[in-house]
Design a protein around this ligand. Structure first.
Ligand SMILES: Cc1ncc(COP(=O)(O)O)c(C=O)c1O
Length: 370
């Protein structure tokens, strides 16, 4: 199978480790190894110190799946499959979809969530948001209007990258009911789960609500542990999980043993990661609001209600891509323009998970004033 380049990742490959400042990252700063190990209980410490570096179980080790299970309402141990998030997504699409299937996916969206389906030969229709200057909204009625007789899969991502949007529980239930009534599967990317930095309540996992769904979560965003490369799928559809497990033999086979232990410690001490991350995101949103007040003629700021990112609209003549290229060259600040999301040329993603955001905004302020 040939697959189109992943535009955001290719752009990151150009700048992530050479640009001085990153203003569009979706992950929170990576935690130090010492911090993770410092949280470990005696038994978790033993897991780490006695760890041998052989292969691990394809499904994910029992201690890791136990640590995952506690964060779901009804998911059983054999309803969990550990895989890195990109791998999990790639395999799921390959075992679930065939050429000619119809898929509905949110737009803008993390590219792999629709690109793999497109390159399999599926017809993908996008569920577009209503854009207001101060908010984004995905209307479930609009989603309903996109459903066809051959719709096989609905792909959602809440909290959403890049808009930071999450529906309320009634809206989420209405999406589940729509899928159930039409016999359509849901793939729910929940990578930003629990990044609820404001008054919006965290949603349950769709895998707990709907028997014909698969949910994805991992350590990169919620925990600030992207370097573990760890994720997992949860689903009541056990035959589907078994097919994914068998496909995984052709890719990673199993996860990294050290990552499994560190991921277990993180999952068992969720608050120690999520609370500081949410506090940082909240503080950075407030810095960004002040920055917006000083520059309100230049862009609209639909404030994110959840997640770690926002998708702002530039009110300038230049395209977002040109502006991004000029900005990184002149100041060392890297931003992600909406061309990379296949979503026009006037939006930019902003990431709130980095400690140095106030410093970066100061540099940006003086650049814009010049
Ligand atoms: C919505 C979404 N899904 C999946 C991923 C992949 O996560 P990871 O970087 O841990 O592979 C990302 C990363 O940016 C994401 O934003």
């Amino acid at each position: 199978m040939r697959i189109k380049d992943f535009a955001v990742e290719r752009y990151f490959a150009r700048y992530e480790f050479s640009a001085k400042y990153l203003l569009s990252s979706s992950d929170c700063d990576g935690y130090a190894m010492n911090y993770v190990l410092g949280l470990a209980s005696d038994s978790e410490r033993q897991l780490w110190e006695k760890l041998t570096l052989g292969y691990t179980e394809t499904l994910g080790s029992e201690f890791l799946r136990n640590a995952i299970q506690q964060h779901y309402q009804s998911i059983q141990m054999d309803e969990i499959l550990v895989a890195s998030p990109g791998e999990a997504n790639f395999i799921l699409m390959n075992v679930l979809l065939s050429a000619g299937d119809h898929v509905v996916c949110m737009a803008p969206m993390y590219q792999s969530l629709y690109q793999v389906a497109m390159d399999i030969g599926c017809e993908v229709t996008f569920w577009n948001p209503l854009a207001n200057p101060d908010s984004w909204y995905y209307n479930p009625d609009d989603l309903k209007a996109l459903i066809r007789d051959n719709t096989k899969l609905i792909i959602v991502n809440f909290p959403h990258n890049p808009t930071g949007y999450s529906p309320n529980i009634d809206e989420l239930n209405s999406i589940v009911e729509l899928a159930r009534s039409r016999g359509i599967a849901i793939f729910s990317d929940e990578m930003y789960r629990f990044l609820n930095h404001g008054s919006v309540q965290a949603l349950p996992s769709v895998s707990d609500l709907y028997e014909n769904s698969v949910s994805l979560w991992g350590t990169a965003k919620t925990f600030g542990l992207a370097g573990l490369r760890l994720g997992w799928l949860t689903s009541k559809n056990k035959p589907l999980l078994r097919k994914i497990e068998a496909f995984k033999d052709y890719l990673s086979i199993c996860s990294s043993a050290p990552s499994e232990v560190l991921g277990t410690i993180a999952l068992n001490h969720l608050d120690s990661f999520v609370k500081p991350n949410n506090a940082k995101i909240r503080a950075n949103i407030s810095h960004f609001e002040q920055f917006h007040q000083r520059n309100s003629n230049l862009f609209d700021f639909p404030k994110p209600t959840t997640g770690s990112t926002a998708f702002i609209k530039l009110n300038i003549k230049e395209s977002a891509l040109n502006f991004a290229e000029r900005l990184v060259k002149d100041t060392g600040i890297m931003i992600l323009p909406s061309e990379l999301f296949d979503y026009g040329s006037s939006h930019v993603r902003i990431g709130f998970g980095r400690e140095n955001m106030p410093e970066v905004l100061e540099i940006l302020d003086s650049y814009l004033n010049r």
